[in-house]
Design a protein around this ligand. Structure first.
Ligand SMILES: [Fe+2]
Ligand SMILES: [Fe+2]
Length: 529
Protein backbone atom coordinates (compact mmCIF):
# COMPACT_ATOMS: atom_id res chain seq x y z
CA UNK A 1 0.00 0.00 0.00
CA UNK A 2 2.69 2.44 1.01
CA UNK A 3 4.39 1.96 -2.37
CA UNK A 4 1.69 4.06 -3.97
CA UNK A 5 1.99 7.01 -1.59
CA UNK A 6 3.17 10.31 -2.95
CA UNK A 7 5.84 12.29 -1.09
CA UNK A 8 3.10 14.70 0.05
CA UNK A 9 0.98 11.88 1.51
CA UNK A 10 3.99 10.47 3.32
CA UNK A 11 4.78 13.87 4.83
CA UNK A 12 1.15 14.32 5.88
CA UNK A 13 1.06 10.96 7.70
CA UNK A 14 4.30 11.65 9.54
CA UNK A 15 2.97 15.05 10.59
CA UNK A 16 -0.25 13.44 11.84
CA UNK A 17 1.79 10.93 13.87
CA UNK A 18 3.70 13.84 15.46
CA UNK A 19 0.47 15.70 16.23
CA UNK A 20 -0.81 12.55 17.95
CA UNK A 21 2.14 12.61 20.32
CA UNK A 22 3.96 9.90 18.32
CA UNK A 23 1.19 7.42 19.07
CA UNK A 24 0.70 5.07 16.14
CA UNK A 25 -2.52 3.83 17.69
CA UNK A 26 -4.10 7.28 17.72
CA UNK A 27 -2.62 8.30 14.35
CA UNK A 28 -3.79 5.12 12.62
CA UNK A 29 -7.28 5.70 14.04
CA UNK A 30 -7.37 9.28 12.74
CA UNK A 31 -5.98 8.27 9.38
CA UNK A 32 -8.47 5.45 9.03
CA UNK A 33 -5.75 2.84 8.62
CA UNK A 34 -5.15 -0.37 10.46
CA UNK A 35 -2.64 -0.13 13.32
CA UNK A 36 -0.33 -2.79 11.85
CA UNK A 37 -0.34 -1.11 8.45
CA UNK A 38 0.52 2.21 10.10
CA UNK A 39 3.40 0.61 12.02
CA UNK A 40 4.75 -0.86 8.78
CA UNK A 41 4.52 2.63 7.25
CA UNK A 42 6.52 4.09 10.17
CA UNK A 43 9.12 1.35 9.92
CA UNK A 44 9.60 2.13 6.30
CA UNK A 45 9.68 5.93 6.34
CA UNK A 46 10.70 7.09 9.81
CA UNK A 47 14.15 6.70 11.38
CA UNK A 48 13.10 6.58 15.02
CA UNK A 49 16.65 7.09 16.24
CA UNK A 50 17.09 10.30 14.28
CA UNK A 51 16.33 13.61 15.93
CA UNK A 52 12.77 14.68 15.32
CA UNK A 53 13.77 18.12 14.11
CA UNK A 54 16.76 20.36 14.12
CA UNK A 55 17.97 23.82 13.14
CA UNK A 56 20.80 26.24 13.76
CA UNK A 57 21.08 30.00 14.10
CA UNK A 58 24.32 30.45 12.21
CA UNK A 59 25.11 30.39 8.53
CA UNK A 60 27.44 27.57 7.46
CA UNK A 61 30.90 28.57 8.67
CA UNK A 62 33.40 29.62 6.04
CA UNK A 63 36.81 28.08 6.61
CA UNK A 64 39.51 30.70 6.31
CA UNK A 65 42.78 29.85 4.60
CA UNK A 66 45.77 31.96 5.58
CA UNK A 67 47.22 34.30 2.98
CA UNK A 68 50.63 33.34 1.57
CA UNK A 69 53.68 34.86 3.20
CA UNK A 70 55.37 37.89 1.66
CA UNK A 71 56.85 37.03 -1.70
CA UNK A 72 55.00 33.74 -1.92
CA UNK A 73 52.01 32.66 -4.00
CA UNK A 74 49.31 30.12 -3.18
CA UNK A 75 47.74 28.29 -6.08
CA UNK A 76 44.64 26.13 -6.29
CA UNK A 77 43.08 24.04 -9.04
CA UNK A 78 39.33 23.71 -8.51
CA UNK A 79 36.88 21.39 -10.21
CA UNK A 80 34.00 19.00 -9.44
CA UNK A 81 33.15 15.31 -9.80
CA UNK A 82 29.91 13.39 -10.25
CA UNK A 83 28.89 10.29 -8.29
CA UNK A 84 29.13 6.87 -9.92
CA UNK A 85 31.09 8.33 -12.82
CA UNK A 86 34.64 7.74 -14.01
CA UNK A 87 37.10 10.58 -14.21
CA UNK A 88 38.38 11.76 -17.60
CA UNK A 89 41.72 10.06 -17.06
CA UNK A 90 43.85 12.10 -19.45
CA UNK A 91 42.40 15.40 -18.28
CA UNK A 92 42.73 14.40 -14.65
CA UNK A 93 46.34 13.25 -15.14
CA UNK A 94 47.11 16.58 -16.77
CA UNK A 95 45.53 18.48 -13.87
CA UNK A 96 47.69 16.50 -11.43
CA UNK A 97 50.81 17.09 -13.51
CA UNK A 98 50.14 20.83 -13.68
CA UNK A 99 49.41 20.98 -9.94
CA UNK A 100 52.78 19.40 -9.19
CA UNK A 101 54.49 21.75 -11.65
CA UNK A 102 53.08 24.93 -10.13
CA UNK A 103 52.74 23.62 -6.56
CA UNK A 104 48.96 23.99 -6.52
CA UNK A 105 46.44 22.32 -4.21
CA UNK A 106 43.72 20.47 -6.10
CA UNK A 107 40.24 20.79 -4.64
CA UNK A 108 37.36 18.72 -5.98
CA UNK A 109 33.77 19.21 -4.89
CA UNK A 110 31.48 16.19 -5.18
CA UNK A 111 27.94 16.38 -6.46
CA UNK A 112 25.23 13.78 -6.91
CA UNK A 113 23.07 13.38 -9.94
CA UNK A 114 20.44 10.77 -9.18
CA UNK A 115 19.71 8.72 -12.24
CA UNK A 116 17.41 6.39 -10.34
CA UNK A 117 15.05 9.24 -9.49
CA UNK A 118 14.34 9.60 -13.17
CA UNK A 119 14.06 6.00 -14.24
CA UNK A 120 10.70 6.57 -15.90
CA UNK A 121 12.41 8.95 -18.31
CA UNK A 122 15.15 6.58 -19.31
CA UNK A 123 15.88 6.14 -22.92
CA UNK A 124 15.51 2.59 -24.21
CA UNK A 125 18.79 0.74 -23.73
CA UNK A 126 19.88 2.66 -20.61
CA UNK A 127 20.22 -0.31 -18.27
CA UNK A 128 22.33 1.24 -15.54
CA UNK A 129 20.64 0.30 -12.27
CA UNK A 130 23.38 1.48 -9.94
CA UNK A 131 21.96 2.38 -6.56
CA UNK A 132 24.91 2.84 -4.27
CA UNK A 133 26.58 6.26 -4.36
CA UNK A 134 30.34 6.19 -4.74
CA UNK A 135 33.02 8.39 -6.27
CA UNK A 136 35.97 7.57 -8.46
CA UNK A 137 38.75 6.68 -6.00
CA UNK A 138 41.20 8.85 -7.96
CA UNK A 139 39.63 11.96 -6.48
CA UNK A 140 39.83 10.77 -2.86
CA UNK A 141 42.92 12.80 -1.97
CA UNK A 142 41.43 16.01 -3.30
CA UNK A 143 37.85 16.02 -2.02
CA UNK A 144 36.78 19.47 -0.87
CA UNK A 145 33.10 19.80 -0.01
CA UNK A 146 33.63 22.81 2.26
CA UNK A 147 33.09 26.50 1.85
CA UNK A 148 36.50 28.16 2.15
CA UNK A 149 37.87 31.69 1.92
CA UNK A 150 40.83 31.34 -0.46
CA UNK A 151 41.58 35.08 -0.38
CA UNK A 152 40.04 38.05 1.45
CA UNK A 153 37.51 38.60 -1.36
CA UNK A 154 37.32 35.15 -2.98
CA UNK A 155 35.33 32.18 -1.70
CA UNK A 156 35.35 28.55 -2.87
CA UNK A 157 31.85 27.16 -2.46
CA UNK A 158 32.71 23.46 -2.50
CA UNK A 159 29.72 22.94 -0.21
CA UNK A 160 27.20 23.74 -2.93
CA UNK A 161 25.27 21.04 -4.71
CA UNK A 162 24.22 22.56 -8.04
CA UNK A 163 22.28 20.33 -10.35
CA UNK A 164 24.23 19.67 -13.57
CA UNK A 165 20.97 20.13 -15.46
CA UNK A 166 20.61 23.72 -14.24
CA UNK A 167 20.68 25.98 -17.31
CA UNK A 168 21.82 28.96 -15.25
CA UNK A 169 23.66 27.24 -12.39
CA UNK A 170 24.37 30.38 -10.37
CA UNK A 171 20.93 31.97 -10.61
CA UNK A 172 19.74 33.17 -7.23
CA UNK A 173 23.26 32.93 -5.82
CA UNK A 174 24.51 36.39 -6.75
CA UNK A 175 24.61 37.52 -3.12
CA UNK A 176 25.42 34.11 -1.61
CA UNK A 177 28.95 35.15 -0.63
CA UNK A 178 28.06 38.75 0.17
CA UNK A 179 30.29 41.22 -1.62
CA UNK A 180 33.00 38.62 -2.28
CA UNK A 181 33.59 36.84 -5.56
CA UNK A 182 32.79 33.16 -5.58
CA UNK A 183 33.73 29.94 -7.31
CA UNK A 184 30.98 27.36 -7.53
CA UNK A 185 31.30 23.71 -8.59
CA UNK A 186 29.33 22.90 -11.72
CA UNK A 187 29.73 20.93 -14.93
CA UNK A 188 29.54 24.09 -17.04
CA UNK A 189 32.22 26.73 -17.28
CA UNK A 190 30.65 30.13 -16.74
CA UNK A 191 31.52 33.59 -15.51
CA UNK A 192 28.99 36.19 -14.44
CA UNK A 193 29.74 39.75 -13.36
CA UNK A 194 27.79 41.11 -10.42
CA UNK A 195 27.21 44.88 -10.41
CA UNK A 196 28.79 46.41 -7.31
CA UNK A 197 29.45 49.91 -5.96
CA UNK A 198 32.27 51.39 -8.03
CA UNK A 199 34.69 51.90 -5.16
CA UNK A 200 34.83 48.10 -4.73
CA UNK A 201 36.44 45.63 -7.09
CA UNK A 202 33.87 44.05 -9.42
CA UNK A 203 32.48 40.80 -8.10
CA UNK A 204 32.50 37.74 -10.36
CA UNK A 205 30.85 34.36 -9.99
CA UNK A 206 32.73 31.54 -11.67
CA UNK A 207 31.76 27.92 -12.24
CA UNK A 208 34.42 25.29 -12.61
CA UNK A 209 33.72 22.68 -15.25
CA UNK A 210 34.07 19.01 -14.34
CA UNK A 211 36.72 16.26 -14.20
CA UNK A 212 34.35 13.28 -14.60
CA UNK A 213 32.94 11.93 -17.84
CA UNK A 214 29.48 12.68 -19.19
CA UNK A 215 26.83 10.55 -17.50
CA UNK A 216 23.30 11.82 -17.93
CA UNK A 217 19.76 10.60 -18.24
CA UNK A 218 18.83 10.68 -21.88
CA UNK A 219 15.85 12.94 -21.37
CA UNK A 220 15.71 16.64 -22.32
CA UNK A 221 17.32 18.13 -19.20
CA UNK A 222 20.09 15.53 -19.15
CA UNK A 223 20.68 15.80 -22.87
CA UNK A 224 21.08 19.58 -22.61
CA UNK A 225 23.45 19.15 -19.65
CA UNK A 226 25.48 16.62 -21.62
CA UNK A 227 25.90 19.13 -24.46
CA UNK A 228 27.22 21.81 -22.08
CA UNK A 229 29.32 19.47 -19.90
CA UNK A 230 32.87 20.84 -19.97
CA UNK A 231 36.04 19.05 -18.97
CA UNK A 232 37.39 22.01 -17.07
CA UNK A 233 38.82 23.50 -13.92
CA UNK A 234 39.81 26.90 -12.61
CA UNK A 235 43.27 27.93 -11.54
CA UNK A 236 43.39 30.41 -8.66
CA UNK A 237 46.50 32.39 -7.77
CA UNK A 238 46.55 34.22 -4.44
CA UNK A 239 49.27 36.76 -3.64
CA UNK A 240 50.58 37.87 -0.26
CA UNK A 241 48.73 41.20 -0.51
CA UNK A 242 45.45 39.28 -0.76
CA UNK A 243 44.92 40.03 -4.45
CA UNK A 244 44.07 37.07 -6.67
CA UNK A 245 43.64 35.87 -10.23
CA UNK A 246 41.32 33.23 -11.65
CA UNK A 247 41.57 31.61 -15.09
CA UNK A 248 39.76 28.78 -16.84
CA UNK A 249 41.55 25.54 -17.76
CA UNK A 250 39.38 23.96 -20.44
CA UNK A 251 40.36 20.54 -21.73
CA UNK A 252 39.75 19.08 -25.16
CA UNK A 253 38.53 15.49 -25.63
CA UNK A 254 42.09 14.22 -25.23
CA UNK A 255 42.36 16.09 -21.94
CA UNK A 256 44.95 18.58 -23.19
CA UNK A 257 44.57 22.10 -21.81
CA UNK A 258 46.41 25.40 -21.89
CA UNK A 259 47.13 28.07 -19.31
CA UNK A 260 48.43 31.26 -20.92
CA UNK A 261 51.82 30.26 -22.38
CA UNK A 262 51.77 26.69 -21.08
CA UNK A 263 50.47 23.51 -22.66
CA UNK A 264 49.67 20.47 -20.50
CA UNK A 265 49.47 17.37 -22.63
CA UNK A 266 49.88 13.66 -21.87
CA UNK A 267 51.06 14.45 -18.36
CA UNK A 268 53.81 16.85 -19.50
CA UNK A 269 53.94 20.60 -18.87
CA UNK A 270 55.66 22.61 -21.63
CA UNK A 271 55.98 26.26 -22.49
CA UNK A 272 54.16 26.85 -25.74
CA UNK A 273 53.12 29.58 -28.15
CA UNK A 274 49.58 28.31 -27.82
CA UNK A 275 47.68 31.59 -27.90
CA UNK A 276 45.93 32.07 -31.21
CA UNK A 277 44.16 35.34 -30.45
CA UNK A 278 43.59 37.95 -27.78
CA UNK A 279 40.45 40.02 -27.70
CA UNK A 280 41.21 43.07 -25.62
CA UNK A 281 38.51 44.75 -23.61
CA UNK A 282 37.02 47.75 -25.44
CA UNK A 283 39.84 50.23 -26.06
CA UNK A 284 38.18 53.71 -25.89
CA UNK A 285 41.64 55.16 -26.53
CA UNK A 286 40.97 58.66 -25.24
CA UNK A 287 39.94 57.20 -21.89
CA UNK A 288 42.23 54.17 -21.77
CA UNK A 289 43.60 53.27 -18.32
CA UNK A 290 47.31 54.06 -18.64
CA UNK A 291 48.38 51.24 -16.29
CA UNK A 292 46.36 48.78 -18.33
CA UNK A 293 47.86 50.17 -21.53
CA UNK A 294 51.41 49.64 -20.23
CA UNK A 295 50.66 46.16 -18.90
CA UNK A 296 49.16 45.02 -22.18
CA UNK A 297 51.43 46.61 -24.81
CA UNK A 298 54.45 48.44 -23.38
CA UNK A 299 57.54 46.80 -24.88
CA UNK A 300 59.20 44.16 -22.72
CA UNK A 301 57.18 41.97 -20.41
CA UNK A 302 53.78 43.11 -21.61
CA UNK A 303 50.90 40.70 -22.19
CA UNK A 304 51.27 40.77 -25.96
CA UNK A 305 55.01 40.11 -25.83
CA UNK A 306 54.68 37.23 -23.36
CA UNK A 307 51.66 35.50 -24.90
CA UNK A 308 52.63 36.19 -28.55
CA UNK A 309 49.12 35.92 -30.03
CA UNK A 310 48.85 35.49 -33.78
CA UNK A 311 45.81 37.79 -33.82
CA UNK A 312 44.67 40.73 -31.71
CA UNK A 313 41.17 42.17 -31.81
CA UNK A 314 40.29 45.78 -31.03
CA UNK A 315 36.74 46.79 -30.10
CA UNK A 316 35.50 50.39 -29.69
CA UNK A 317 39.01 51.49 -30.64
CA UNK A 318 38.00 55.14 -30.74
CA UNK A 319 36.00 56.63 -27.92
CA UNK A 320 34.63 59.37 -30.14
CA UNK A 321 34.81 62.06 -27.49
CA UNK A 322 35.54 64.70 -30.18
CA UNK A 323 32.42 63.89 -32.19
CA UNK A 324 30.07 61.95 -29.92
CA UNK A 325 26.55 62.53 -31.29
CA UNK A 326 25.08 61.98 -27.83
CA UNK A 327 26.96 65.10 -26.67
CA UNK A 328 26.23 67.27 -29.73
CA UNK A 329 23.49 69.18 -27.95
CA UNK A 330 25.34 69.49 -24.66
CA UNK A 331 26.78 73.04 -24.83
CA UNK A 332 28.81 72.64 -21.63
CA UNK A 333 30.55 69.51 -22.95
CA UNK A 334 31.19 71.25 -26.30
CA UNK A 335 32.70 74.18 -24.42
CA UNK A 336 34.88 71.87 -22.29
CA UNK A 337 36.09 70.04 -25.41
CA UNK A 338 36.87 73.40 -27.02
CA UNK A 339 38.88 74.67 -24.02
CA UNK A 340 40.78 71.38 -23.67
CA UNK A 341 41.49 71.26 -27.40
CA UNK A 342 39.62 67.96 -27.68
CA UNK A 343 37.20 68.88 -30.43
CA UNK A 344 39.53 68.02 -33.30
CA UNK A 345 38.27 64.79 -34.89
CA UNK A 346 41.38 64.44 -37.04
CA UNK A 347 43.59 64.40 -33.94
CA UNK A 348 41.52 61.64 -32.32
CA UNK A 349 41.88 59.49 -35.44
CA UNK A 350 45.61 60.24 -35.74
CA UNK A 351 46.10 59.14 -32.13
CA UNK A 352 44.25 55.91 -32.85
CA UNK A 353 46.32 55.29 -35.95
CA UNK A 354 49.53 55.75 -33.94
CA UNK A 355 48.26 53.37 -31.28
CA UNK A 356 47.28 50.75 -33.84
CA UNK A 357 50.20 50.99 -36.26
CA UNK A 358 53.03 51.80 -33.86
CA UNK A 359 52.37 51.24 -30.15
CA UNK A 360 50.29 48.06 -30.16
CA UNK A 361 51.60 46.75 -33.48
CA UNK A 362 53.67 43.56 -33.53
CA UNK A 363 54.95 42.18 -36.83
CA UNK A 364 53.99 38.61 -35.93
CA UNK A 365 50.45 39.51 -34.88
CA UNK A 366 47.61 40.39 -37.24
CA UNK A 367 45.39 43.20 -35.99
CA UNK A 368 41.65 43.47 -36.60
CA UNK A 369 39.56 46.50 -35.72
CA UNK A 370 36.08 45.14 -35.05
CA UNK A 371 33.16 47.21 -36.33
CA UNK A 372 31.74 48.80 -33.19
CA UNK A 373 29.06 51.26 -32.16
CA UNK A 374 31.59 54.00 -31.37
CA UNK A 375 32.95 53.67 -34.92
CA UNK A 376 29.50 54.58 -36.11
CA UNK A 377 29.81 57.98 -34.41
CA UNK A 378 31.98 59.08 -37.33
CA UNK A 379 29.35 58.40 -39.99
CA UNK A 380 26.59 60.00 -37.94
CA UNK A 381 28.72 63.03 -37.12
CA UNK A 382 29.66 63.61 -40.77
CA UNK A 383 26.01 63.52 -41.79
CA UNK A 384 25.21 66.31 -39.34
CA UNK A 385 28.42 68.36 -39.44
CA UNK A 386 28.88 71.65 -41.29
CA UNK A 387 32.28 72.58 -42.70
CA UNK A 388 31.15 76.22 -43.01
CA UNK A 389 30.81 76.63 -39.26
CA UNK A 390 33.05 73.93 -37.76
CA UNK A 391 36.39 75.55 -38.50
CA UNK A 392 38.43 73.13 -36.43
CA UNK A 393 37.18 70.19 -38.49
CA UNK A 394 36.28 71.81 -41.81
CA UNK A 395 39.20 70.43 -43.85
CA UNK A 396 38.77 66.98 -42.26
CA UNK A 397 35.08 66.98 -43.18
CA UNK A 398 35.72 68.03 -46.77
CA UNK A 399 38.59 65.56 -47.22
CA UNK A 400 36.53 62.60 -45.99
CA UNK A 401 33.42 63.55 -47.96
CA UNK A 402 35.48 63.87 -51.15
CA UNK A 403 37.14 60.49 -50.51
CA UNK A 404 33.76 58.85 -49.96
CA UNK A 405 32.40 60.24 -53.22
CA UNK A 406 35.43 59.07 -55.19
CA UNK A 407 35.03 55.58 -53.73
CA UNK A 408 31.34 55.59 -54.57
CA UNK A 409 32.17 56.65 -58.16
CA UNK A 410 34.47 53.65 -58.45
CA UNK A 411 31.76 51.37 -57.10
CA UNK A 412 33.73 50.66 -53.92
CA UNK A 413 32.17 50.18 -50.50
CA UNK A 414 32.40 53.32 -48.40
CA UNK A 415 33.41 53.37 -44.75
CA UNK A 416 34.00 56.81 -43.30
CA UNK A 417 35.56 55.23 -40.23
CA UNK A 418 38.06 53.10 -42.16
CA UNK A 419 38.95 56.07 -44.37
CA UNK A 420 39.54 58.37 -41.40
CA UNK A 421 41.58 55.80 -39.49
CA UNK A 422 43.69 55.03 -42.55
CA UNK A 423 45.59 52.24 -40.77
CA UNK A 424 48.55 50.81 -42.66
CA UNK A 425 48.79 47.71 -40.48
CA UNK A 426 45.35 46.62 -39.32
CA UNK A 427 42.36 45.16 -41.11
CA UNK A 428 39.41 47.41 -40.33
CA UNK A 429 36.09 45.55 -40.49
CA UNK A 430 32.97 47.42 -41.55
CA UNK A 431 30.26 44.89 -40.76
CA UNK A 432 29.40 42.02 -38.42
CA UNK A 433 28.33 39.05 -40.47
CA UNK A 434 30.18 36.18 -38.82
CA UNK A 435 32.94 36.12 -41.44
CA UNK A 436 35.88 36.22 -39.01
CA UNK A 437 36.14 32.67 -37.71
CA UNK A 438 39.17 32.01 -35.52
CA UNK A 439 39.55 28.38 -34.44
CA UNK A 440 35.79 27.89 -34.54
CA UNK A 441 34.89 31.08 -32.68
CA UNK A 442 33.18 33.98 -34.49
CA UNK A 443 35.14 37.09 -33.58
CA UNK A 444 33.67 39.92 -35.67
CA UNK A 445 30.65 40.73 -33.47
CA UNK A 446 31.14 43.75 -31.24
CA UNK A 447 28.01 42.81 -29.30
CA UNK A 448 25.97 46.01 -29.62
CA UNK A 449 23.61 44.45 -32.18
CA UNK A 450 21.42 41.54 -31.16
CA UNK A 451 18.86 39.88 -33.38
CA UNK A 452 16.82 41.85 -35.88
CA UNK A 453 18.15 45.23 -34.79
CA UNK A 454 17.56 44.71 -31.07
CA UNK A 455 20.25 45.42 -28.48
CA UNK A 456 22.80 42.65 -28.17
CA UNK A 457 23.55 40.62 -25.06
CA UNK A 458 25.92 37.79 -24.25
CA UNK A 459 22.98 35.57 -23.31
CA UNK A 460 21.44 36.32 -26.69
CA UNK A 461 24.64 35.36 -28.50
CA UNK A 462 24.86 32.15 -26.45
CA UNK A 463 21.56 30.99 -27.96
CA UNK A 464 22.82 31.32 -31.54
CA UNK A 465 24.54 27.94 -31.42
CA UNK A 466 27.75 29.57 -32.66
CA UNK A 467 30.73 30.19 -30.43
CA UNK A 468 31.21 33.94 -30.19
CA UNK A 469 33.53 36.40 -28.48
CA UNK A 470 32.14 39.89 -28.14
CA UNK A 471 32.76 43.16 -26.30
CA UNK A 472 30.61 46.24 -25.74
CA UNK A 473 29.30 45.27 -22.28
CA UNK A 474 32.63 46.30 -20.66
CA UNK A 475 31.88 43.35 -18.34
CA UNK A 476 33.34 39.86 -18.37
CA UNK A 477 30.86 37.14 -19.23
CA UNK A 478 31.00 33.46 -20.13
CA UNK A 479 27.63 31.97 -21.00
CA UNK A 480 27.75 28.61 -22.80
CA UNK A 481 29.63 29.28 -26.07
CA UNK A 482 29.56 33.08 -25.74
CA UNK A 483 32.17 35.19 -23.99
CA UNK A 484 32.49 38.93 -23.52
CA UNK A 485 35.68 40.79 -22.66
CA UNK A 486 35.63 43.85 -20.38
CA UNK A 487 37.22 47.19 -21.08
CA UNK A 488 40.67 48.78 -21.23
CA UNK A 489 39.22 52.16 -20.32
CA UNK A 490 38.95 53.64 -16.87
CA UNK A 491 36.29 51.76 -14.93
CA UNK A 492 34.17 54.90 -14.74
CA UNK A 493 33.43 56.93 -17.86
CA UNK A 494 30.82 59.31 -16.56
CA UNK A 495 27.81 57.33 -17.76
CA UNK A 496 28.04 54.04 -15.85
CA UNK A 497 26.61 55.60 -12.70
CA UNK A 498 25.36 53.58 -9.74
CA UNK A 499 26.46 49.97 -9.55
CA UNK A 500 28.91 48.78 -12.18
CA UNK A 501 30.22 45.41 -13.36
CA UNK A 502 33.01 46.72 -15.58
CA UNK A 503 36.39 45.02 -15.34
CA UNK A 504 39.75 44.99 -17.09
CA UNK A 505 39.22 41.54 -18.56
CA UNK A 506 40.58 40.28 -21.88
CA UNK A 507 39.73 37.02 -23.62
CA UNK A 508 42.44 34.56 -24.66
CA UNK A 509 41.66 32.12 -27.47
CA UNK A 510 44.03 29.14 -27.65
CA UNK A 511 44.99 27.21 -30.77
CA UNK A 512 42.69 24.43 -29.50
CA UNK A 513 39.68 26.73 -29.85
CA UNK A 514 39.29 26.82 -26.04
CA UNK A 515 39.29 30.10 -24.17
CA UNK A 516 40.10 31.73 -20.85
CA UNK A 517 39.24 35.11 -19.32
CA UNK A 518 42.07 37.11 -17.77
CA UNK A 519 41.19 39.97 -15.43
CA UNK A 520 44.02 42.42 -14.83
CA UNK A 521 44.40 44.47 -11.67
CA UNK A 522 45.23 48.09 -12.49
CA UNK A 523 45.88 48.85 -8.79
CA UNK A 524 48.66 46.27 -8.40
CA UNK A 525 49.65 46.56 -12.08
CA UNK A 526 49.51 42.79 -12.42
CA UNK A 527 47.50 40.48 -14.66
CA UNK A 528 48.73 37.18 -13.20
CA UNK A 529 50.81 36.10 -10.22
FE1 LIG B 1 30.54 49.36 -27.72
FE1 LIG C 1 32.79 50.14 -25.41
Amino acid sequence: MTNKLTSGEIADRIELWRECGYSSQEASKQAGIGRRAFDRFLERYVDKDAPISKGVFDQTKIKKIAKPRKGQIKRYILTCAQNNTNIHHQFFNNLEAYAVHIKADIKISRFTYNKNAFQKNRKQGDTDTTEETYYDPNIAAYISDDIERLAPSLIWCGNLQLSPTAVDPTSGLHDYTGPDSSIMPHTRVSMNPVPTPRRFRTKHIYTTGCCTLKNYIMAKAGQKAEFHHTFGALIVEVLADGSWFVRQLVGDNEGTFHDLDVEVKEGAVCESDCVEAIQWGDIHLEHIDKDIQSMFWQSGDSVIDLLKPKVQLFHDLIDGHSHNPHEAKNPLRQYQNHIAGKNCVRTEFEDAQWFLDKYAYRASCKSYVIWSNHDEFMRRWLHDSNYKTDHVNSKFILKNELLAREQADRGESVSYFRNALDSQKATVLTSDEGNLNIKGVLADFHGHNGSGGSRGSVKGFSKSGHKTMTGHSHSAWWVAGATSAGTCSSLYLGYNNGLSSWSHTFTVLYKSGKRCQVTANAETKKWRA
